[in-house]
Design a protein around this ligand. Sequence first.
Ligand SMILES: Nc1ncnc2c1ncn2[C@@H]1O[C@H](COP(=O)(O)OP(=O)(O)OP(=O)(O)O)[C@@H](O)[C@H]1O
Ligand SMILES: [Mg+2]
Length: 393
Amino acid sequence: MTGNEMKIRVENVYKVFGDNPASVMDTVRAGASKSEILEKTSHVVGIRDVSLDIRAGETFVIMGLSGSGKSTLIRHFNRLIEPTAGRILVDGVDVLKMSEVELRDFRRNKISMVFQRFALLPHKTVLDNVICGLTIAGMSRSEAREQGMRQIELVGLDGFEHRYPKQLSGGMQQRVGLARALATDAEILLMDEAFSALDPLIRNDMQAQLKELQARLHKTIVFITHDLDEALRLGDHIAILKDGELRQAGTGPDILINPADEYVARFVNDVNRARVVTVGSLAEKAGLMPLSDANAANCDALLDDNEAIILTDDGKPCHVVGRGDRHKLDDLFRDKTVMPAAVCIDRGMVLEDGFSLLAGTQNPLVITNGSDVPLGVVTRQRVLHALARDAVR
Ligand SMILES: Nc1ncnc2c1ncn2[C@@H]1O[C@H](COP(=O)(O)OP(=O)(O)OP(=O)(O)O)[C@@H](O)[C@H]1O
Ligand SMILES: [Mg+2]
């Protein structure tokens, strides 16, 4: 369940690395480029004026090429890095204002991190690796074991709890890392390239497993990757960084359909939009009219602004009249049995799933919410427009 409540708020964060970051902030703020600043001042701009909102319960993906600032940004969230300027609020609390004790408690209970290279202790068993944080935090061993076993089952490793890391495959080791992060019951998981070291098949399984876990657990997950397919598969929202700057944040389909600039457009150019963009994201408003009231004149009035959907008495779409049919409304309404039937499609379907339906009708498809409630229509033209690469300029 993706709530609207903000979990992490990043406000105008800058991070400059070097001997005296404060001294170069004026130059950074004035807009000098990263390479210019490096050349003139020997300081590296890690993050430049990034603001973001991450909602509770969502998976938020941070993307960008190597060196774009992904790790730098995510490490601000648990204050492994402090910003040169700006604020980070987690649940409304400024992480920079936390005392040492508060920070320790925050890292232990609220936010946990899964690393790219699992960082498992080789001489400890799977179970001991999963519960080490809990016992260090003072939980009794029996309670920790119970909680640890629940997480081990969750990631599908029951039966392996007494094995050692080196006896497991890379994918299994990564699942131990995930179980360890989940064991603290933290509300926020930070995953920095957590799947990047895995081979493609195992990576695919891990993505599926993370999605399934997330559907049950509703954690707030911040996930870094430089793989666009992974980002689109996992992310409710995606942020794209370049040279430490946020170029765009939005849903996958938003970014594909309306890239904010040339860089983002090029970045997403090779994605198969038909597999990512949902019909719901292309919905156009439609006029609604109950069958009992429907006549040529009413319908004509609706078609001024929209396509028209005609509903049965219990509110289900039964016919659809496109603007292209406007010249023959009298004919259509003379004999409603020849009126084109509404072809419905669930809003969550991707465009590819709608191709054969669109090919089979002259009319727009009616988009529904999965229980026959009409939400709008999608036309062939709109679908083609969304698929066209040159439309993203
Ligand atoms: N401790 C540091 N000292 C100096 N420069 C740093 C430091 N950490 C990061 N940087 C610089 O900040 C920029 C962003 O680095 P960061 O590690 O955040 O990139 P990234 O997007 O995570 O890259 P990758 O995909 O390779 O992990 C880079 O130019 C990097 O050289
Ligand atoms: Mg990194």
